[in-house]
Design a protein around this ligand. Structure first.
Ligand code: LP5
Ligand code: MN
Length: 240
C-alpha cells in the first residue's frame, strides 16, 4: 500500500477538466491507498464553508465518497486558508496543522504548503499574516457571500497581474535560509511541499547528513502530478 500526496490543483468551475480529473482520480484511488494528503490550494479560492457554489459542492461530494473508504487529509494553502470545520464535516476530510509531521513506513516527513517558506516575498508575507488572524477571518466571514466573492476575485486579479509583470522571479520561490532553518529544526525529516509550481527533488548536505526537499507539481494546462510514498520512499508520477 502507499500514501499519495497532491497539491495546487486550484479547482474552479472555469476549468472543468480539473474537476473531472480530480473526481476520476479520487474514484480510482478510493480503497486502493492508505491515505491521500492534499497540501494546499485544492481550490482556486475559498470564501467560506457556507459557499453554495455548485462546482465546489460537487468536489466536496466527491471527497466525501472517497473519505468513506480512505482517510483524506487537507492542509490550507494561500488560496483556501478559509477551509474550516464545516468543510471538514461535509467532505469527511481532516484539516492538518502546518507544518505537519508524518511518520510513515519507517521514515519521518514534514509536510507544508510552502508559501510560508517564501520569506523574500515580503508583500505576500504581510498579506498572509493579516488573513491568517482569527479576528480578520471572523470579520471577513461576516460579509455577504457576493461581497466575499468580489473581494476574492479582486485579490486574485491583483495577484495574477503582479505575476505577469514580474515573471517567475526568485521571491516566488522558497528562500534557502527558511528551508535550512526548517530542516535544522526537524532533524531526520524529509520535507514535502507545493505552492511554488517548481516540481523537483532537492538534496542538501547538512553537517554529515543528506537532507531532501520534494516539491509537488501543480495541476495546470491538462497536466497533473502526484507523489507516491511507500516503504521504498518517495516517487513522482504524472496523472492523465
Ligand atoms: O495565488 P498566486 O499563485 O497568484 O500568488 C501567490 C500570492 N497571492 C495570494 C493571493 C491569492 O491568489 C488570492 C487569495 C484568495 C483568497 C480568497 C479568500 C479571502 C480573500 C481575502 C482577501 C483580502 O496568495 C502572491 C505571491 C505568490 O503566491 C508567489 O508566492 O507573490 O502574493 C500576492 O500577490 C499578495 C500581494 O503581494 C499582496 C496583496 C495585498 C492586498 C491587500 C488587499 C487587502 C484588501 C482587504 C479587503 C477586505
Ligand atoms: Mn499556493
Amino acid at each position: 500500500m502507499a500514501i499519495h500526496l497532491i497539491s495546487d490543483l486550484h479547482l474552479h468551475a472555469e476549468s472543468p477538466w480539473l474537476g473531472e480529473l480530480f473526481s476520476r482520480t479520487l474514484g480510482q484511488w478510493a480503497g486502493q491507498i492508505d491515505a491521500l494528503y492534499i497540501l494546499g490550494d485544492l481550490f482556486e479560492y475559498w470564501v467560506g464553508d457556507d459557499d453554495d457554489d455548485p462546482f465546489n459542492l460537487t468536489m466536496v461530494q466527491a471527497m466525501r465518497a472517497f473519505s468513506q473508504r480512505t482517510p483524506l487529509y487537507v492542509m490550507h494553502g494561500n488560496r483556501d486558508f478559509l477551509l474550516g470545520s464545516g468543510f471538514e464535516a461535509q467532505s469527511g476530510t481532516h484539516l492538518l496543522p502546518e507544518p505537519f509531521h508524518l511518520h510513515a513506513y519507517q521514515q519521518d516527513y514534514l509536510l507544508c504548503h510552502g508559501d510560508a517558506l517564501c520569506t523574500g516575498d515580503t508583500a505576500y508575507q504581510q498579506f498572509r499574516t493579516m488573513v491568517r488572524q482569527p479576528g480578520w477571518q471572523h470579520a471577513f466571514l461576516q460579509k455577504p457571500l457576493p461581497e466575499r466573492h468580489a473581494i476574492a476575485r479582486h485579490i486574485r486579479g491583483q495577484s495574477a497581474s503582479r505575476k505577469m509583470q514580474d515573471g517567475p522571479d526568485e521571491i516566488s520561490d522558497v528562500s534557502p535560509a527558511a528551508v535550512d532553518a526548517l530542516l535544522a529544526a526537524n532533524p531526520g525529516c524529509v520535507l514535502i511541499h507545493g505552492h511554488t509550481h517548481r516540481p523537483a527533488v532537492h538534496r542538501y548536505q547538512q553537517g554529515d547528513t543528506l537532507r531532501e526537499r520534494w516539491v509537488i507539481a501543480d495541476w495546470h494546462d491538462g497536466k497533473a502530478g502526484y507523489l507516491r510514498l511507500d516503504e521504498h520512499g518517495l516517487c513522482a508520477y504524472e496523472l492523465s
